[in-house]
Design a protein around this ligand. Structure first.
Ligand code: HEC
Length: 157
């Protein structure tokens, strides 16, 4: 009987541990789900800002009206590094296009984010000056930094 008691006790303990681990896992996943959703929304907004700028560029409109869109991209670029905490890659169990390479080459990833900030700032200056030639060049350079980072650090979808 004592033996059964030990076995049952052990099983109860194991069940408790498994339940506890399950809860911990769910919480960890939940925590990363938020940051992953937030960064995907941030990138989506950056895409929207690029689209808004392109529309006015293509239409030959007043570029000063979309200078704030470039400002938003620049602000977002500064936030990118903190939107990728360790554990928020594919191993989080959350759907994400972030590649493990981000955490392997963290320095390069942060440089890629900084490059976006630099180009978005140039774009903002050109838009504020309503300088179409400079804005067109800066727009291309900004888009280039998006693509450069995606090539190395984002999964193809
Ligand atoms: C420093 C690297 C980096 C830069 C720079 C960068 N991206 Fe991304 N982008 C990523 C990564 C990584 C993801 C995947 C995020 C995820 O799924 O968790 C992503 C995802 C996206 C997405 C998909 C978001 C979604 O809904 O899931 C869009 C759109 C996007 N980026 C647009 C842009 C645009 C536009 C720029 C430039 C203005 C840009 N990105 C610059 C790394 C970058």
């Amino acid at each position: 009987m004592r033996r059964f008691g030990l076995i049952f006790g052990g099983l109860a303990l194991a069940a408790a541990v498994i339940t506890g681990l399950g809860t911990g896992y769910a919480q960890a996943q939940g925590a990363f789900a938020d940051v992953i959703a937030a960064r995907q929304a941030g990138f989506k907004a950056a895409g929207g800002n690029m689209g808004a700028i392109k529309k006015v560029l293509d239409a030959g409109g007043d570029l000063t009206t979309v200078a704030t869109n470039a400002q938003e991209i620049s602000d977002w670029a500064k936030k990118i590094p903190m939107m990728f905490p360790t554990g928020s890659g594919p191993e989080s169990g959350v759907k994400t296009a972030a590649l493990p390479e981000i955490w392997v080459s963290k320095g390069d990833f942060e440089k890629a984010a900084a490059a976006l900030g630099v180009e978005a700032d140039k774009l903002m200056v050109a838009l504020k000056a309503n300088d179409k030639a400079a804005a067109t060049a800066a727009f291309g350079a900004t888009g280039g930094t998006c693509g450069a980072c995606h090539r190395t650090f984002r999964a193809k979808t």
